[in-house]
Design a protein around this ligand. Structure first.
Ligand code: GAP
Length: 536
């Protein structure tokens, strides 16, 4: 697998309709992204796989979908009003704001060392509820889905009659006013979480913590992340969140290096205790703030000891967006399928050199765009044949389109990419946005077209597989377009299929081509659904 850069992923995602910058036509809104036709399928498939593994395939889990807006008191007693902060510094020279722990002592924007002392900045978004704006009529957009689970603990317990240990799973949006959203969908202001609060008998939490770590690692591997790209980081005591007794961070090797994909925290009885009334009667082990507003004791009646107790909590909390980014990083591959001729390589090298020179001289380009382009161009290696898609990503960067010689460079790179390379997303078939693509060998042969369209329709309607029909290019190009979005199977309908080819024994069969091996085999139309179903 080739190591992929963030630029290559951003470029692929925008070009093929996985992920677009939010509010793009109005200049964007920093830290927001919109999932396009392919992105929404991939994201839904990831969430469905998580739900299936954690809710349907276990017998100790219930699901929940709590409201995003919650009574403000939730966030007072959860500790978020007071402690959900990042340390922020201001640059007195250029007025940029930074997270103190993300920079050393120099402003990354202007290089000034004249920075303010760090001060806490609360990351929750505030919004007004109802028509009257006053000091009490506001709510927060939830910064985590977890609290919706804790405040519903008693509701779920009484309606399902669950016994410990059991969990509540939820997938939903979370919002954080990140000071410096960055790295594509890695750190954004609006994202989704897949969270479990797993309630256990006090004293059993360490064993459950380990079990959940093992389960979650196994699950990420099952959706396609390789063991080499996953690491476990034990968060040092001094860095633990206010609610945590111990936390494992599950780290993935993103293009920016190993970073957190999921946190698995041991939260003791902090949360249920914090949201309970009459806390002094509960024998809590966690130190919680006094709660005079709650109307409930969030306890569990243990039939064996015949006493009410506050369960301990293990919380596996994963980010959907980071999950999508990890899947794309892992799946991305570029393969050379034909050598690049020396003439072609020479033409690309010359066009690239001319483009870089023109960027350096440009007076129209904003300085930061010019510097970013030159910096990226410098990273392109001498082995042009191996860098073709990096050049293409360079041309997709902000400002590149305003350089006239960019068009000439694109004119050299794109045919080379088309002829000699294929980009493949080796996504697990169950996660691939499109499962099958159907092509007619000739788009002006009515019987072939009708058969192809009929196959597409029946695979999608009866086979319940997201299927597309495409006749907008030669077969080789159509295969390449599907490889790039991870479609596991392409089906081609030809003259043999309709009984007008050279081999009469192939009547009623189609060519099925495998994305990863590029191997092709003939399959009877009648057996297509069964054939594909065993594989996707
Ligand atoms: N309830 C616990 C909790 O929210 P967290 O470590 O703050 O813990 C859990 O968040 C996961 O949510 C992270 O591991 C990450 O995958 C995702 N996440 C957190 N902040 C994010 C952000 N700004 N952008 C994208 N994903 C984020």
């Amino acid at each position: 697998m080739s190591a992929v850069t963030m630029d290559q992923l951003v470029s692929l995602c925008k070009r093929r309709g996985f992920i677009f910058p939010g509010s793009d036509i109005y200049g964007g809104l920093q830290g927001t992204y919109d999932f396009g036709p392919l992105g929404v399928e991939l994201k839904n498939n990831l969430k469905a796989a998580w739900w299936r593994a954690n809710v349907y395939e276990r017998d100790d889990m219930e699901g929940l979908d709590a409201a995003i807006l919650m009574n403000r008191l939730t966030w007072k007693y959860s500790g978020h009003e007071e402690t959900f902060t990042d340390p922020l510094v201001d640059c007195r020279t250029c007025r940029a704001r930074w997270r103190a722990d993300h920079i050393k002592d120099t402003c990354p924007s202007c290089g000034s060392k004249d920075l303010t002392e760090p001060r806490p900045f609360n990351m929750m978004f505030k919004t007004q509820v109802g028509p009257v704006a006053d000091d009490t009529s506001y709510a927060y957009l939830r910064p985590e889905t977890a609290q919706g689970i804790f405040v519903n603990f008693a509701n779920v317990l009484t309606t399902t009659a669950r016994k410990l240990p059991f969990g509540i799973a939820q997938i939903g949006k979370a919002f954080r006013n990140e000071i410096n959203p960055r790295n594509f969908i890695f750190r954004v202001r609006e994202f989704e979480q897949m969270e479990i609060e797993f309630f256990v008998m006090p004293g059993t939490e360490d064993a459950w913590h380990q079990r959940w770590l093992d389960d979650r690692l196994a699950w990420w591997r099952s959706v396609g992340l390789s063991g080499d790209n996953l690491q476990v980081y034990t968060v040092p005591k001094a860095d633990l969140a206010h609610y945590s007794k111990a936390t494992y961070d599950l780290m993935y090797r993103f293009p920016i290096g190993f970073e957190e994909l999921e946190g698995i925290a041991s939260r003791s009885d902090y949360d249920l205790g914090s949201h309970s009334k009459e806390q002094e009667s509960l024998g809590l082990s966690a130190k919680v703030g006094r709660n005079d507003d709650s109307t409930a004791k969030l306890t569990y009646f243990d039939p064996e000891s015949k006493r009410h107790l506050v369960p301990f909590v293990i919380e596996p909390s994963a980010g959907v967006d980071r999950g999508v980014l990890a899947l794309l990083t892992e799946a991305y591959d570029e393969q050379q399928i034909k050598p690049v001729t020396p003439e072609r390589a020479q033409a690309v090298a010359e066009a690239l050199a001319a483009f870089v020179k023109s960027v350096g001289r440009s007076e129209k380009l904003p300085v930061e765009q010019r510097d970013a382009l030159l910096e990226r161009a410098e990273l392109i290696g001498n082995d042009l044949a191996a860098s073709m898609s990096q050049i293409s990503a360079l041309l997709d960067m902000p400002g590149a389109a305003s350089i006239e010689l960019g068009k000439k460079l694109r004119g050299q790179v794109e045919p080379t990419l088309d002829e000699s390379y294929r980009t493949v997303l080796h996504l697990k078939p169950a996660l691939a946005p499109i499962k099958v693509a159907v092509f007619p060998l000739k788009r002006n042969a009515p019987e072939i077209v009708a058969t192809a369209r009929q196959i597409r329709k029946s695979l999608q309607a009866e086979g319940n597989m997201r299927t597309v029909y495409d006749d907008t290019g030669a077969i080789g190009k159509l295969y390449r377009r599907q490889d790039e979005i991870g479609t596991p199977y392409c089906i081609t309908v030809d003259f043999d299929t309709i009984g007008q080819g050279k081999d009469a024994t192939l009547t009623g069969t189609v060519t099925v081509r495998d994305r990863d091996t590029m191997a092709q085999e003939r399959v009877p139309i009648a057996e297509l659904q069964a054939y594909l179903r065993t594989n996707v």
